[in-house]
Design a protein around this ligand. Structure first.
Ligand code: NI
Length: 389
């Protein structure tokens, strides 16, 4: 079975929703207009419950199936990016400087499509929780939902989500069990010495040699402290110091990003950074202060949930249209916060040969929406089958 016929029949409606959302992008936790649009559609579909204001502007809707059973969660993100759009499309952003450059307009549309179908057909038992989440790009909307107790409040047993994938043929899927995307941390090192006249360096404590040493030593965490068979990125991306050719500055700054899949590796990096900053600072006689900010956790797909989701994707895309052992990526995704608490699977759905994510000329392909909506719908019907006790 490819796309569900009933969903294909209202594909034009999905295109209209998607283009409306694309014209009205909102950032971070402030997705109020998007949420209002989503709730208007959900009311039209006749879902059973709508809970608004979850994680500031998120929406959770419940559709009851036929008879008692567990609840599964289907999740879409709603927020856009602070990018000036260059697509020139008729439906381009009307909010200058904001743009749906990560396809979250498409994700929201695919989940709305599934909602319409599921509310109409109800070929499942138990409940489906439709999670429309703000603040995926920044602001940790999923973390906020977890903190607000959403998973317990709605008794959600497992969760599924999709992301648009430029470069993958339309309607094809890929994912992998286990680590799929990395944890993203940032680090900031503030170095304080004693500034002064550059002609009298002996009267200063120059922070620049310390900053350079710290930046170089950071690179050895990957090359010398780390098992080469595990995945790790440590990137120093900022070194700032000084304003004039004849002044020794009194401060310097080193910053960057760390990507990991494994908590043990992450802990090792944090420990080595503390040691490097303290040791290098002492050796140059400066003060060094490390701020290590733990960000989104790694996106770890539950093996059973992923096997199930892959079998659903194969129903839609065929065996050859699903890569079930894709290479993990060093990007990040806050769906990980849900997956820390419940089994979940995250998959990518092809967007065809388009510009990449977070690019000003990216656009979600409306022809992808029926595939994603069918995936979500079939996940619900097969995870919560009618014909069981
Ligand atoms: Ni995204």
């Amino acid at each position: 079975m490819p796309v569900i016929n009933r969903i294909a029949a209202f594909a034009e409606d999905m295109t209209a929703w998607r283009r409306h959302l694309h014209q009205h992008p909102e950032l971070g936790q402030q997705c109020h207009e998007t949420a209002a649009f989503v709730m208007d559609r959900l009311r039209e579909f006749g879902v059973d419950e709508i809970h608004e204001g979850v994680a500031v502007s998120g929406v959770i809707a419940i559709i009851n199936g036929q008879g008692d059973g567990p609840t599964i969660g289907l999740r879409a993100d709603m927020d856009a990016l602070p990018i000036r759009e260059t697509t020139g499309a008729d439906w381009a952003s009307k909010n200058t400087g904001k743009m749906h450059a990560c396809g979250h307009d498409g994700h929201t549309t695919m989940l709305l499509g599934a909602a319409r179908y599921l509310a109409e057909t109800r070929n499942f038992k138990g409940r489906v929780a439709l999670i429309f989440q703000p603040a995926e790009e920044v602001g940790g909307g999923a973390e906020l939902m977890v903190q607000e107790g959403v998973l317990d409040r709605f008794d959600i047993r497992a969760l599924y989500a999709l992301h648009s994938a430029p470069g993958t043929p339309l309607g094809q899927f890929y994912t992998t069990p286990g680590p799929l995307m990395a944890a993203v941390d940032t680090f900031h090192v503030d170095i304080t010495g004693v500034g002064g006249h550059a002609a009298y360096p002996h009267e200063t404590v120059d922070p620049i040699p310390a900053a350079l040493s710290i930046a170089q030593a950071m690179a050895t965490i990957v090359s010398r402290n780390h098992n080469p068979l595990d995945d790790l990125v440590v990137s120093v991306t900022m070194v700032h110091a000084g304003t004039a050719d004849n002044v020794v500055p009194d401060t310097a700054y080193v910053g960057g990003t760390v990507r990991t899949y494994d908590k043990g590796v992450q802990a090792m990096v944090m420990r080595r950074m503390e040691e490097i900053v303290a040791g290098q600072a002492a050796s140059f006689g400066v003060q060094g202060v490390l701020r290590y900010e733990v960000g989104y956790p790694p996106t770890i797909n539950d093996p059973d949930a992923t096997e199930f989701a892959v079998s659903v994707a194969r129903e839609i895309a065929g065996d050859s249209g699903v890569d079930a052992n894709a290479t993990p990526e060093m990007g990040a995704e806050d769906f990980a916060f849900f997956q820390e608490k419940r089994p979940g699977a995250y998959l990518f759905v092809g967007n065809g040969d388009t510009a990449g994510l977070h690019q000003p000329d990216y656009d979600f392909d409306d022809n992808a929406a029926p595939y994603g909506a069918s995936f979500f719908a079939r996940v619900a019907e097969r995870a919560l089958p009618l014909n069981t006790q």
